[in-house]
Design a protein around this ligand. Structure first.
Ligand code: DOR
Ligand code: ZN
Ligand code: ZN
Length: 356
């Protein structure tokens, strides 16, 4: 069966859970899941415990990552109520700034618009601000990016109204980019029944089939696919207060390759949204010695017990998909082949430190 070579995939939105919740995931298990899913670079979100919000907590996370990561990485820093000026000086060490403008998992939500504005003023224009902002909040964040003349990246767009506002903003030349998750492309509120109430908890929530269809119909508006890999254990998901979030690193590529096989997505679109655009938007160097080989035709069934993530479940359990990662090469070294990880912890590089 003929293999297909693709550039190493870049996931600009993951939650590694270290420090603070390594029973869900850590830099080792999370980056193993990344390699198994074809991702050679991941960006980690700052809603850890402690949250990454200053030099000390940034260094804490980066130290763990440098010791344990098996793929390349960069770490987002979180916007707080009074850290705008200080963290702007740390920008070269970060993937970018993350602002939580709507409620989700963790403590990082910014309430007051005055607090948002200071970050739009201080954060360097060469790096985007990534926002968790839904509906009207998303529209407000795009307006502020326009007023302060700086790029903004909208995380996990999930609804028709949102993608249409982004489309119009782009048509008017506003500096906005966006990402969509595989779960919002492949699942809707109609799946809540079979997933169950706890396991289907995610932010943004699973939307309507009309919303999902609007995402597919506006594929040209979507800059990136990003997993929002947000592992929580099965026990937590099935417990009394289920936290929102789905694992996604090991299912994103097969789901999207299945869509390619069905003629719903082109392979060029897949490469642009999982490699080229993330690299350009977040200013990463090209890595010609980093690539993956896939079996585009292999049909297989998604099973959580075959994954590397520590969370132990997937919302796509039992789904038949077509296309699988066969081999991953990171900077000229084979790090994954045929279901086995050979990269050692610490193989991964901090891409920001390297470039500054
Ligand atoms: O479902 C989600 N889970 N959405 C988020 O924005 C945060 C994430 C998490 O960290 O668990
Ligand atoms: Zn989010
Ligand atoms: Zn997230």
């Amino acid at each position: 069966m003929s293999k297909l070579k693709l550039p190493g995939l870049i996931d600009i939105h993951t939650h590694m859970r270290e420090p603070g919740a390594i029973h869900k995931e850590d830099w080792d298990s999370g980056t193993s899941a990344a390699l198994a899913g074809g991702f050679t670079t991941i960006f980690a979100m700052p809603n850890t415990n402690p949250a990454v919000m200053d030099n000390k907590t940034l260094n804490l996370s980066l130290k763990e990552a440098e010791n344990k990561a098996r793929c390349d990485f960069a770490q987002f820093i979180g916007a707080g109520s009074d850290n705008a000026e200080k963290i702007s000086l740390l920008s070269p060490k970060t993937a970018g700034l993350k602002m939580y403008l709507d409620s989700t998992y963790g403590e990082l939500q910014l309430g007051d618009m005055a607090q948002w504005i200071s970050h739009f003023q201080y954060w360097p224009k060469e790096l985007p601000i990534a926002v968790h902002a839904e509906g009207p909040t998303m529209a407000a964040s795009i307006l502020l990016a326009h007023l302060y003349d700086r790029p903004i990246h909208i995380c996990h767009v999930s609804r028709k109204d949102e993608i249409l506002v982004i489309k119009t903003a782009k048509e008017r030349g506003l500096p906005v980019t966006c990402e969509v998750t595989p779960h919002h492309l492949f699942l809707t509120a109609e799946d809540i029944n079979h997933l169950g109430p706890g396991r289907s908890e995610v932010r943004p929530v699973l939307a309507s089939p009309t919303d999902r269809d609007a995402l597919w119909e506006n594929m040209d508006v979507i800059d990136c696919f990003a997993t929002d890999h947000a592992p929580h254990t099965l026990q937590e998901k099935d417990g009394a207060n289920p936290p929102p979030g789905f694992p996604g690193l090991e299912t994103a590529l097969p789901l999207l390759l299945t869509a390619v096989h069905e003629g719903r997505l082109s392979i060029d679109d897949l490469i642009n949204k999982l490699h080229t655009n993330p690299r350009k938007i977040f200013n990463l160097a090209e890595q010609p010695e980093t690539f993956i080989e896939i079996d585009p035709d292999t049909t297989w069934e998604i099973r959580a017990d075959e994954t590397f993530t520590r969370c132990g479940w997937t919302p796509f359990e039992g789904m038949q998909v077509r296309g699988r990662v066969f081999r991953v090469v990171l900077r000229n070294h084979e790090v994954f082949k045929d279901g086995r990880i050979s990269a050692k912890p610490g193989t991964g590089r901090n891409l920001r430190t390297q470039s500054t």
